[in-house]
Design a protein around this ligand. Structure first.
Ligand code: PLP
Length: 385
């Protein structure tokens, strides 16, 4: 019987052994065996033999995500950024070049554009709006392409199949950060990506109180990630794995409501003269919309606002005066959030020229009544002059 993702998320992992709908939290550093032979047998069969490899709770989460991602295996890390680290360092070696999308999450930019140089690895950033730029930057030394879709803050959507076709021709590896879409809206391994990262901190847990990361991989790269995972110390705690499983039960319901609310808010914001551009896939004639439509079955609740104003203070007043949008990092929880994005958050882009009078404000649209959110925005927008 084939069942939909919605049904699967409700039906998976029922535990008839402990008679619970969700698996129990098993905390363990020592995994207990009855004999020396049993320990060796478990190791030979690649089963868990030490708590760093996980417990029944983390195994259950891995199994659930393996099906959701259509992956060969899913590795778990303590944060989303940990999964990005695991993905990159499993593959790169001194002398390699890597191609990274210019609008990646700023810590990813810091890692690839700066820190990684110390390992004699060269990062070349490519324009996420220009596939030809990516193609021309591939060299004999290129090892992998790192994509984040959509881009952080500016929300560019790339032609994913074209990226895969370039990587196949040149035998490169591909990684995508799929935190925005999650495998509920797009399954990157089905398109041909070797690895897909999701920060479980965001929509998977959904309640802004857990951190975690997941790295779904295909068979081609499994051996590399397994090897590095063994010596890198990455692990997700069983308590956090439990909370992520609990969050995943309602991933579909939450994401669909985030989408519904965001559409209403984007429709309001796109009519505001003070906002130059709403950075979200809604305008049918735009490349952003076309590329989103080509690959995604839905859109989540994170978006950017490009605001034109000579006075930064006024834009900050707008942000500060919002009553229903909390201010703080992260997103993907049930609540609305806002952030004014300076260069600190945007990263030093090579392919986006922010003008002096342009400002980026990031909104996460939560599950509140959208009418209340619109009223809040309406009241605060008057500060932008
Ligand atoms: C797109 C994206 N990827 C990865 C991460 C990192 O996740 P974490 O904060 O769990 O390390 C973030 C966090 O904001 C993010 O926005």
């Amino acid at each position: 019987m084939t069942i939909s993702k919605k049904t699967y998320l409700k039906n998976a992992l029922k535990d008839y052994y402990s008679h619970s709908i969700n698996p129990p939290i098993v905390r363990a550093s020592t995994i207990l065996f009855k004999s020396h032979q049993e320990i060796r047998k478990a190791q030979k069969q690649k089963q868990i033999s030490y708590g760093r490899e996980g417990t029944i709770t983390t195994l259950k989460l891995q199994n659930l995500l393996k099906n959701l991602e259509k992956a060969y295996h899913v590795f778990l890390t303590a944060t989303g950024f940990g999964a990005i680290n695991l993905a990159i360092f499993s593959l790169v070696r001194p002398g390699d070049e890597i191609l990274v999308s210019d609008s990646v999450y700023s810590p990813t930019r810091l890692l690839t554009g700066d820190f990684i140089k110390e390992f004699q690895i060269k990062t070349i950033f490519y324009d996420p709006n220009n596939i030809k730029d990516l193609e021309k930057k591939v060299s004999k030394k290129t090892k992998l392409i790192f994509v984040e879709n959509p881009g952080s803050n500016t929300f560019e959507f790339q032609d994913l199949k074209k990226i895969i076709s370039i990587s196949k021709k040149k035998k490169l590896f591909t990684i995508i950060d799929n935190t925005w879409g999650t495998p509920y809206f797009i399954q990157p391994l089905n398109i041909g990506f070797d690895m897909s990262v999701v920060a479980a901190t965001k929509y998977y847990s959904g309640h802004s109180d857990v951190m975690g990361g997941t790295l779904a991989v295909n068979k081609r790269v499994f051996k590399y990630v397994e090897k590095y995972n063994k010596v890198s110390g990455h692990r997700l705690s069983p308590d956090d794995a439990y909370l992520i499983i609990r969050g995943l039960r309602t991933l579909d319901v939450r994401l669909e409501r985030h989408q519904e609310n965001t559409k209403k808010i984007v429709s309001f914001l796109s009519k505001q003269k003070k906002i130059k551009e709403v950075l979200y896939p809604y305008k049918k004639s735009s490349k952003r919309y076309k590329m989103w439509k080509k690959y995604y079955s839905g859109a989540s609740g994170l978006l950017g606002l490009l605001i034109k104003s000579k006075n930064k203070k006024n834009v900050i007043k707008f942000v500060n005066s919002l009553k229903l949008f909390g201010m703080g990092y992260s997103w993907g929880g049930f609540e609305s959030l806002v952030l004014y994005q300076d260069i600190r958050e945007l990263g030093k882009r090579e392919f986006y020229n922010f003008k002096k009078d342009e400002h980026v404000v990031r909104l996460h649209i939560g599950l509140e009544d959208p009418k209340d959110l619109i009223n809040d925005l309406k009241k605060s927008l008057r500060f932008i002059k």
